[in-house]
Design a protein around this ligand. Structure first.
Ligand SMILES: [Zn+2]
Length: 345
């Protein structure tokens, strides 16, 4: 029997809603107005951040992220949905809209001392003009897209409760770069045509979600931040992987063009593009890094090795020269007559 494991919410965008509880990325209800309705959005500990030199701090205690139950069976299924708006003020925010679905606690991560249960994943992307749509940036570089896998702390009864508390959520951030065709991402991207318009849903067979995540689980940025969409609760422990995953130019093109924020019958369809939040202030936060910067380490090693080689060669030359001089000074004297030596004993 099929069972729903996980919800793939492709759209964390609200274009319009009734009763005033709506938001968008541009226009009257764009980012600058979020804080008027959702006070957290104008508060502290907001996301996303740019990971740059002065705020990064190496932390040797950060262990590889452990993923459990990510390999879903093809006899299970995921629901992919175009989550066009939050509906009314009584609804949960769009990013968490499927929390009412009962999920088995089989897909989770562990970040000691807590276990976080997977709830949904979704994407942020740009548009054909620019191909820049990731939320987090590295050294000022914005990637073409970003995927978020949202988990909630297992000590809370559900994700709605968890998002209200500081240690409630743990989100994995996966940066997406253009490269070769990615069959794992094709499981989702190839289905976008079924959810072109707001409110549409489609079930797809389960697959190994591990394949959506970068190979290296030991290299990531870790900090305390927020949901990047209203209500912007500062309840997220972020882990953004250092290495991006790659999808093809065609796959990115589909992601950037396939969907609409508006419903099927809209007389003024609005394309779903540029659904990423601008960078937020880090304030007094530091970002912990689980790895040492590759280039800095390489340069340091090269300098140390270079110095050792120079010192070794200098010593060798000096000793060789000294050896030659000593050889020249040796004076061979004839041995004393045997009788003389004997007489001295
Ligand atoms: Zn997100």
């Amino acid at each position: 029997m099929y069972r729903l494991l996980f919800a793939v919410v492709v759209l964390p965008v609200i274009q319009a809603a009734s009763e005033g509880q709506s938001w968008a990325y541009t226009g009257k209800e764009g980012e600058n107005s979020w804080a008027t309705k959702y006070s957290f959005c104008g508060g502290v500990y907001q996301s996303p951040l740019d990971f740059h030199g002065s705020i990064l701090q190496y932390d040797s205690t950060l262990k590889p992220i452990q993923l459990y139950g990510y390999n879903a069976s093809s006899t299970d299924y995921f629901t992919v949905s175009n989550n066009g708006h939050t509906g009314t003020k009584n609804d949960l925010p769009s990013i968490l809209i499927l929390v009412s679905v009962s999920l088995p606690p089989s897909m989770y991560i562990e970040i000691p001392p807590f276990r976080y249960i997977a709830a949904q994943l979704h994407f942020h992307w740009g548009s054909l003009a620019g191909h820049e749509g990731s939320e987090h940036c590295i050294g000022g570089k914005r990637f073409p897209a970003e995927m978020h896998i949202v988990h909630y702390n297992s000590k809370y009864v559900d994700i709605g409760t968890a998002m209200e508390v500081a240690d409630g959520l743990a989100v994995l951030g996966i940066l997406i770069e253009v490269g070769s065709f990615n069959p794992a991402y094709e499981n989702i991207i190839s289905q976008l045509a079924h959810i072109k318009f707001k409110g549409q849903k489609f079930n797809i067979p389960g697959f190994n979600v591990r394949h959506l995540v970068p190979e290296r689980l030991d290299e990531y940025y870790r900090y305390e931040g927020s949901l990047t969409t209203p209500p912007c609760n500062p309840s997220v422990l972020w882990s953004v992987f250092r290495n991006p995953v790659f999808i093809s130019e065609e796959q990115l093109h589909l992601l950037e063009t396939a969907l609409y924020c508006t419903d099927q019958n809209s007389s003024a369809p609005v394309e779903m593009t540029d659904n990423y939040r601008t960078l937020q202030q880090e304030g007094d936060r530091l970002v912990s890094v689980s790895f040492r910067e590759g280039t800095v380490l390489a340069v340091t090693l090269a300098c140390v090795l270079g110095s050792v080689v120079i010192v070794a060669v200098t010593c060798w030359l000096f000793r060789r020269k000294k050896g030659k001089k000593d050889t020249k000074k040796v004076v061979y004297t004839p041995a004393a007559p045997k009788e003389e030596n004997v007489s001295k004993v």
